[in-house]
Design a protein around this ligand. Structure first.
Ligand code: DP6
Length: 348
């Protein structure tokens, strides 16, 4: 018998950024963060997990990612497999009639529906899908928050992809990570007019990975202390209020300020880390011009650990926002790739 289960997980883009680990092994963060989960029709990872007593033990666990064999020996993937197996083994111990799936090699087949060339971080959707696929395969009675604690150990941002809509990752304070997990702040249906536009400045792999970049920031930036003790706690509070009240101007201001604060701590890292480039900065100016022309805030930019921009806006302002960016990409600003993914909706 081959046992099998499939699932999909969406991409999320943070509006209050996770940047810094207090425990790199358990992947515990130095601050809470908040993100919007985007529609799976556009961006998602589909993962099928299977296991069988007939899979040769000598081959061990394996992962095929977009058709290519991928290494599963890394500490993070191993941590996820270990946690999932331990939970399955506990079920098997309690009920000896269950097949001993925890002892079989695992095979994972994973595919993204967005081009890797889009330069999008896919580790969040990837680890969320991996963890849920195996949890389904093992028939674990685990809540999304429980699964988020496992996915967190694969990649921090992945814990937020277990939920839809508006999602917070609460940093927690326990040394063992038992209270560092995601929860849903609001369903997508609470504020369904929200849209995201992704502008691809470069599809090239990022220079400094988020994992090593944030560790360098923690070790060397003075500004970082100000960010985690004052800036982020305030931004989390304001952001949750803005979402509760569907106040786009407030949502936008916190989003832009938090992105700026995160990139400022990167610049304050020694040696400095630069994720944004001239093309990124041109997008910031374009958003400012769009908001000035509208006479109110209708667009917000945010940048992760790379030069690509994500622009949040409301459905009714599609023409003013997306239309302007098409114009920008059509020639006014050099450097933007023509791949634009727009109209992304919050999902679930
Ligand atoms: C800038 O989740 O990729 O996108 O936990 O080391 O895998 P690891 O880091 P990762 O970091 C994401 C950083 C960010 C901000 C965010 O998504 O909150």
């Amino acid at each position: 018998t081959v046992y099998r289960a499939s699932t999909t997980a969406p991409v999320n883009i943070a509006v209050v950024k996770y940047w810094g680990k207090r425990d790199p092994k358990l992947n515990l963060p130095t601050n809470s963060s908040l993100s919007v989960t985007l529609s799976q029709a556009d961006l998602r990872t589909l993962t099928t997990a299977s296991c069988s007593a007939t899979y040769p033990a000598s081959e061990g666990d394996s992962l095929l990612l977009n058709g290519e064999p991928s290494d599963v020996s890394g500490a993070r993937t191993q941590a996820c497999f270990r946690e999932l197996r331990a939970r399955r083994a506990a079920l098997e111990a309690a009920d000896p009639s269950l097949p001993k799936l925890s002892t079989f090699p695992l095979r994972l087949v994973s595919e993204n529906n967005f081009p890797t060339a889009a330069g999008l971080a896919s580790s969040a959707a990837g680890f969320a899908a991996l963890v849920r696929a195996v949890a389904n395969l093992y028939e674990l009675p685990a809540s999304p928050s429980e699964l988020s604690k496992i996915a967190r150990q694969g990649s921090g941002s992945a814990c937020r992809s277990l939920f839809g809509g508006y999602v917070a990752w609460r940093m927690g304070s326990a040394a063992d990570g038992s209270d560092s997990m995601a929860d849903q702040v609001a369903e997508a249906a609470h504020w369904p007019e929200m849209r995201a536009l992704i502008l691809v400045a470069s599809a090239a792999k990022k220079g400094v990975s988020s994992t090593s970049g944030m560790q360098q920031t923690v070790a060397t930036s003075g500004l970082f202390q100000e960010r985690i003790t004052r800036v982020v706690p305030e931004n989390m509070e304001r952001m949750e209020k803005a979402i509760a009240e569907r106040d786009f101007a407030a949502f936008a201001e916190v989003t832009m300020r938090d992105s700026n604060s995160f990139h400022a701590t990167c610049a304050d890292t020694y040696p400095p880390i630069f994720y944004m480039n001239d093309v990124s900065r041109a997008a910031i100016r374009a958003v400012e011009a769009i908001n000035a022309a509208a006479g109110r805030t209708i667009a917000a930019y945010t940048f992760d650990a790379g030069p690509n921009a994500v622009i949040y806006y409301l459905e009714k302002d599609t023409e003013a926002v997306v239309g302007t960016f098409y114009h920008v990409i059509g020639g006014e600003v050099e450097g933007w790739k023509r791949s634009v993914i727009s109209g992304l909706k919050p999902t679930m």
